[in-house]
Design a binder for this molecule. Structure first.
Ligand code: NAD
Length: 310
């Protein structure tokens, strides 16, 4: 496993990070026993960066992750989030951030996290994030309850704008740097590099689209995107490689991303993905897959308040 410094924080995160949303049954039901094996296997294989949120499975993922760490909490770099608590349940107020985070700590069975992030800034007023949410998180940092703070979300221009206006330690962008879309690099990547802000890229499989199983029902991507993913899968199959392997390797090859977060719920997925991370990306296959994906259709979807859409 390789490790990268997360921006100007002191955290050395594994380049392959463990996304814990599947522990909340977000992609289908999992069992606690499977989750425990997945987490233990990940730690054994050198994955030290774990990302979760109270939103995933409406607190279930945090509960299960806290249990799955058992006595190994001190071996991992733990990130959770605040502000989003349901599909349409948000509270970005200072009071809500504090109470939401205290509940997260209890579920995670720890007295601090390494990174606390605002979850999905596109659902908040930017003014509130800058003037109320981030300052409340800095207070929690001063109290030793989180070591660093960051923001997460889908619209890359908004993430960049917020990080420009208020100091954050990390930015997590999802579904914006993968085999089908690389527009994270248009604005966000250059800015985070210039400022040495830790850049985390989530969802290299486009939240399940770049898998043989395909997208979960709740996915907001258009049929055009899903059809393009099927064409990509066919090319990968023809070359005897799993589309998920290629997609993960593509995201992992990004030179400026500190950690690529992939959602995992079984020890088998963990082992497969660690192996994929160790093998080189086939660039000529990437060109062929990209050709099959083609252009001329929107590769993003709306998320959050309309004024924040890219
Ligand atoms: P993803 O693209 O990582 O896909 C996850 C899905 O792929 C799951 O169903 C998983 O079981 C499956 N999978 C994993 N490895 C596989 C393999 N080798 N073969 C086939 N299937 C495989 O999507 P994600 O989980 O949404 O994103 C990763 C993590 O990033 C999340 O768990 C979460 O921690 C984080 N994230 C954060 C935000 C945010 O903060 N706003 C948004 C999205 C994701």
């Amino acid at each position: 496993m390789k490790y990268h410094r997360l921006g100007r924080t002191s955290l050395e995160v594994s380049t392959l990070g463990f996304g814990a949303s599947p522990l909340g049954n977000v992609f289908g039901n999992t069992s606690l026993a499977d989750d425990e094996r997945a987490v233990a296997t990940a730690i054994d294989l050198g994955i030290n960066f774990f990302d979760v949120s109270p939103y995933y499975g409406l607190t279930l993922a945090e509960q299960r992750l806290g249990t799955a760490f058992a006595n190994r909490r001190n071996q991992v770099i733990l990130a959770t989030k605040c502000g989003r608590y349901g599909l349409s349940k948000f509270d970005f107020s200072a009071k809500g951030i504090r109470s939401g985070f205290e509940a997260s700590l209890a579920r995670l069975k720890t007295d601090h996290v390494d990174l606390l992030q605002v979850h999905d800034v596109e659902f908040a007023s930017t003014e509130q994030v800058i003037q109320e949410t981030i300052p409340a998180m800095r207070e929690l940092q001063m109290e030793g309850k989180t070591r660093f703070i960051g923001i997460t979300g889908y619209p890359v221009k908004l993430l960049t704008r917020i990080a420009r206006e208020v100091e954050v330690d990390t930015v997590l962008s999802y579904c914006r740097y993968n085999l089908m879309n690389t527009d994270m690099d248009d604005v966000l990547t250059p800015f985070t590099c210039e400022q040495n802000i830790g850049l985390i890229n989530a969802s290299p499989l486009l939240m399940g689209i770049l898998t043989n199983r395909g997208a979960p029902e709740w996915h907001l991507a258009s049929n055009e995107i899903k059809e393009a993913a099927k064409r990509a899968t066919e090319v990968a199959v023809k070359h005897g490689i799993d589309i998920s392997t290629l997609a993960l390797q593509f995201s992992l090859a990004h030179p400026s991303v500190a950690s690529t977060l992939i959602g995992m719920a079984t020890a088998e997925e963990v082992k497969t993905n660690v192996l994929s991370a160790e093998n080189a990306l086939d660039l000529s296959l990437v060109s062929e897959v990209k050709k099959a994906i083609g252009e001329g259709f929107a590769s993003t979807w709306p998320s959050g308040l309309p004024e924040h859409w890219d």
